[in-house]
Design a protein around this ligand. Sequence first.
Ligand code: UDP
Length: 224
Amino acid sequence: MNFSPLFGVYGAAGCGRGVMPLVRQQITGRGIATDRLVFVDDNPKAANINGHKVMSYEEFLATSADERHIVLAIANSRIRERLALCCGKDNVKSLSVIAANVVMMDEIKLGEGAILSPFVTITSNIAIGRHFHANIYSYVEHDCIIGDFVTFAPGVQCNGNIVIEDHAYVGAGAVIKQGLPGNPLVIGCGATIGMGAVVTKSVPAGATVIGNPARIMTIKDSEC
Ligand code: UDP
């Protein structure tokens, strides 16, 4: 029986393959062997990906270990929320993954299960909820509040005094104008900001905005 901890990257597609090397660096720094690090996927395309075994979730639970840790490396925030609930019930711990070159300044509250990819910067006095993804080269400037299950594609520029509610998705290269102290710019729950959008004013919950300046394309029920 092996009683050392077992680590999983849930999702063996694009997002997961970008997260795996970061987890490997994190755990080998703690002296844990890389064969204790696996992909977990409910629809696996191969038995082994980039040198790591791919397991079903059931196999991950059945593999002997004193503790199980998992990072939810799936871009779809609703799937992350569902899997987080499931892992919590099974006593699988949420793993946060922070690339070695991430810059984090003062008074940052970071919820469990975050993924901060290489070249991300989080400046000062910022609160971030659970299972946040900040993809490569994104930044979050001062005095922002970010909810649960928020997703940033690569290169998102989130300036100061912005509130981003749960399940918002911000596309690659989008720029969000800074708000004011006491009067933040708000990205509503479940909103989608299109790639390269320049967001100059608050976005309602469930809205999809695109362009420069960003304009509303659709508004759907945000499920929030
Ligand atoms: N997946 C899973 N369980 C789920 C939902 C998704 O294992 O309940 C896996 C799915 O099989 C796929 C990955 O998660 O391998 C999601 O990949 P996708 O191509 O949607 O994009 P990504 O999140 O990697 O950008």
